[in-house]
Design a protein. Structure first.
Length: 346
């Protein structure tokens, strides 16, 4: 199974020309979030079943994507003396150690590839944990969760409402993961890396203010499954922007259009006669519904007319439309800002 990793998405864009102290520090810090806060391999001196499964799976996925059998040696041996004779002792490294040894290995080739590949391991680890958290929150509370909550700290013990204790337990696990994400993104900023983790992916962020005021709240809002298509198209827009691919603004506009359609559907305003984005905007801007004002509707229509539509149709014998880099960044930020604003109005 093919897995999308950071190193492959950004292989044509240089992130690091050299490997410095801050690079080493960042990788170790990010690894410790995984190994200590999210998936400890050992608990009370014994192998933890969940931790073992996580690191085994992470090693398998990462080594396969890099095309190697193992990230670092799984088996090692050394020679000892016994009664004057040499004896070879063979041992197996724990999978967390195999991953750690690879992550902290000295650079032997391109510093850029070295960093990107190791960030890919961090990305896969966070993505796996996020998938577990999302699946947990989307499923019914189990008897096992109620039992765990009843045996946990006093604040979770609610004999009159066993469901409440389990819900609180879920909230604590979700909050712990979000805290890990916040720390990872803070570590990126400390190391002066223009990166941000959100919804399973590490992507490049071009502006600190935009990241703080627009991107971070945007990714938090679209993490709900109902906005899955919005999330997917906006990630595609960013990847195409960062790799100088074709028409990133088109995907940002698709994300915005999906948002408008979902809101129209949720509110019961979709009537089936819509021909395109303009008609869905009318659903939101009508005097009866009043979800957005008429001037806001006009602004959105202009965006689709002048940004999305030229890229949504074949150019024929005319010159292929193309936005400049500043125009592309504006289009993406416009889409993010509007999506964030519209969702918050619900």
């Amino acid at each position: 199974m093919l897995i999308d990793i950071f190193a492959r998405r950004y292989e044509k864009q240089t992130l690091r020309d050299s490997f410095e102290q801050r690079d080493s520090r960042l990788l170790v810090q990010a690894f410790r979030i995984l190994a200590e806060d999210m998936y400890p391999y050992y608990r009370d001196g014994k192998e933890d079943t969940i931790g073992v499964a996580f690191w085994t799976g992470l090693h398998s996925n990462m080594s396969r994507e890099l095309g190697v059998k193992e990230l670092s040696p799984i088996w090692f041996s050394y020679t000892t003396k016994w009664n004057g004779n040499d004896h070879v002792q063979t041992h197996k490294n724990a999978m967390v150690t195999v991953c750690e040894n690879w992550l902290t290995k000295a650079v032997s080739g391109s510093p850029d590839e070295h960093v990107k590949e190791r960030l890919s391991l961090i990305e896969l680890g966070f993505r796996g944990r996020e998938a577990e958290i999302n699946a947990m929150n989307a499923s019914a509370i189990t008897d096992g969760e109620r039992l765990v909550a009843s045996l946990s700290r006093p604040g979770l013990r609610m004999p009159d409402d066993p469901q409440a204790g389990a819900r609180k337990w879920r909230e604590m696990k979700t909050a712990a993961f979000r805290a890990s994400v916040e720390e990872l993104n803070a570590r990126f900023r400390q190391a002066s890396y223009p990166l941000n983790y959100h919804n399973g992916y590490i992507q490049i962020s071009t502006d600190d203010v935009v990241q703080r005021e627009i991107e971070t709240p945007f990714w938090a809002l679209v993490s709900d499954p109902i906005w899955a298509n919005v999330d997917l198209d906006m990630k595609e827009a960013l990847d195409l922007r960062d790799s100088d691919g074709r028409d990133p603004a088109f995907y940002a506009a698709r994300a915005l259009e999906s948002t408008i359609k979902i809101i129209s559907d949720q509110k019961g305003w979709t009537h089936g006669g819509e021909k395109g984005a303009h008609n869905y905007i009318d659903n939101l801007a009508s005097k009866k519904n009043g979800f957005i004002s008429s001037w806001e509707g006009a602004s959105l229509k202009d965006f689709f007319t002048h940004v999305r539509n030229p890229f949504g149709h074949g150019a024929g014998s005319s010159q292929m439309p193309r936005l400049s880099r500043p125009q592309t960044e504006w289009a993406i930020e416009f889409g993010m800002s509007w999506i964030k604003n519209l969702i918050r109005r619900l």
